[in-house]
Write a protein that binds this ligand. Sequence first.
Ligand SMILES: *[C@@H]1O[C@H](CO)[C@@H](O)[C@H](O)[C@H]1NC(C)=O
Ligand SMILES: *[C@@H]1O[C@H](CO)[C@@H](O)[C@H](O)[C@H]1NC(C)=O
Ligand SMILES: *[C@@H]1O[C@H](CO)[C@@H](O)[C@H](O)[C@H]1NC(C)=O
Ligand SMILES: *[C@@H]1O[C@H](CO)[C@@H](O)[C@H](O)[C@H]1NC(C)=O
Ligand SMILES: *[C@@H]1O[C@H](CO)[C@@H](O)[C@H](O)[C@H]1NC(C)=O
Ligand SMILES: *[C@@H]1O[C@H](CO)[C@@H](O)[C@H](O)[C@H]1NC(C)=O
Ligand SMILES: *[C@@H]1O[C@H](CO)[C@@H](O)[C@H](O)[C@H]1NC(C)=O
Length: 433
Amino acid sequence: MRLSLLALPFTAALVSAGHYKGIPCRVKESIQSPPRGWNRQGSAPLDHLLELKIALTQPYFPVLEKHLLEVSNPNHERYGAYLSKEETEELMAPHPETLDVVNEWLSSHGSNDEHLYRSSAQDWVTIRVSVAVAEEMLDTKYHIYTHSETGESTIRTTSYSLPESLHEHVELIQPTTMFTSPRPFRSTLHWSKTVSSDSMSPSNGTITGPAGNPVDASCNATITIDCLRQIYNAVGYNTSATNGNQIAITSYLEEYANNQDLQQFFQLENPMAHGSNYTFVSINGGLNNQTSAAAGVEANLDTQFAYGLTYPTQATLYSTGGLPPYIPEAQFPTNGNEPYVNWLHYVLSQKHLPQTISTSYGDDEQTVPPSYAKRVCSGFAALGARGVSLLFGSGDGGVAGVMSNNNSATEQCFSNDISNKTMFIPTFPAACP
Ligand SMILES: *[C@@H]1O[C@H](CO)[C@@H](O)[C@H](O)[C@H]1NC(C)=O
Ligand SMILES: *[C@@H]1O[C@H](CO)[C@@H](O)[C@H](O)[C@H]1NC(C)=O
Ligand SMILES: *[C@@H]1O[C@H](CO)[C@@H](O)[C@H](O)[C@H]1NC(C)=O
Ligand SMILES: *[C@@H]1O[C@H](CO)[C@@H](O)[C@H](O)[C@H]1NC(C)=O
Ligand SMILES: *[C@@H]1O[C@H](CO)[C@@H](O)[C@H](O)[C@H]1NC(C)=O
Ligand SMILES: *[C@@H]1O[C@H](CO)[C@@H](O)[C@H](O)[C@H]1NC(C)=O
Ligand SMILES: *[C@@H]1O[C@H](CO)[C@@H](O)[C@H](O)[C@H]1NC(C)=O
């Protein structure tokens, strides 16, 4: 806890619990209406528990960003001079006054240190409160919203407020106005039913790869590890088990990698890798359910190709769970649907990290509040300053945004607000700066 003596003058100026009650609030964030598809139902049950994540202002982030740009630029003299965990956290940390003001506000609503979770850099505070308490803290009203196409239900609001004195110290609080529901990016090649039987049959000869190099014609219809090596012009490149390189794959939304499938894939695609394994890391209760019915297309695809391609490089799988299982959430399964913050909390708290981490999940950027998007991107920037390369899938719909889960809906280039204007649909987090 970084509550130092320095903070005393500020705490002395604050008043006792209840200080904030009855103090006029000003709107912190609001949206005109929920994104298209989400319809307001009844009031949220007052005893329903919310896991509120509070992002505190990061006054030194511009300095961190400057480091990131310098150490990432091959033409800069500091190229590769990555920051340590501690150096990075100093530049992510909120001002001590911010910690005091926010602590005072939280404790006036009954959230004391034993009820809080703080990120390693202290830049996020997570509290678990009932809807009733959240409504009082944020001067708002939560409702149940249901999505007309997917049938998902969630508890959200379209506006929340904070006492004036907190505005400069708090960047955002979620879940409030965020209606996003991230989806895995599946390979369209694997599941396309439109491939003609002609192109399914193995073709002989070669076609030309992006680098002008010859690629087996069969790669036109069926992607294998060999195809990837050819297409990326990396045939004969030998990865190493001992040069310190590591690769990691992230998995969300109860997508699991099946170990038996992985070994079978290795046997077919890279027999040298057969018998090798990865390190499993569970974050926020993330599982890796080995029941065959639980295997996830995305998790299997990502781990098989990444580990098969990079063997014998050390491999890791991060499985990030949603809300901890002891909270009865069955009725509102998408409630905690913002997995990146939990993942960031974990990885940023680690001293040593894989240099390459790949993620094939995302959502249309227009469903993500800009404040949340910026803050998650800042967390990714902090990893970049530490020398981690983060790769995100750019989606399967091109400029039309994320493909729907079942790959059948036609993608549409329309804004999801009332204006319904024609526009390109960027993908988050792939579009982080
Ligand atoms: C590819 O070559 C094999 C053996 O030479 C032949 O049997 C097959 O018909 C060829 N396939 C095509 C699509 O040309
Ligand atoms: C590759 O696939 C495309 C689309 O199905 C087809 O038009 C083209 O002829 C194929 N090329 C080869 C060399 O098989
Ligand atoms: C990769 O390893 C193979 C087998 O040990 C060796 O024959 C080849 O020369 C190596 N390639 C490179 C680029 O080092
Ligand atoms: C590989 O690692 C996973 C995760 O730690 C473990 O469940 C599994 O038993 C290991 N072995 C094989 C052969 O998959
Ligand atoms: C694992 O997956 C199976 C099949 O989906 C399910 O029945 C089982 O409850 C899951 N186990 C756990 C611990 O979640
Ligand atoms: C696929 O999505 C469309 C549009 O959301 C929906 O109408 C259709 O029922 C879905 N099909 C399946 C098999 O889930
Ligand atoms: C948005 O506009 C497009 C094109 O004008 C139209 O096809 C679509 O139905 C509209 N969507 C809504 C929800 O109004």
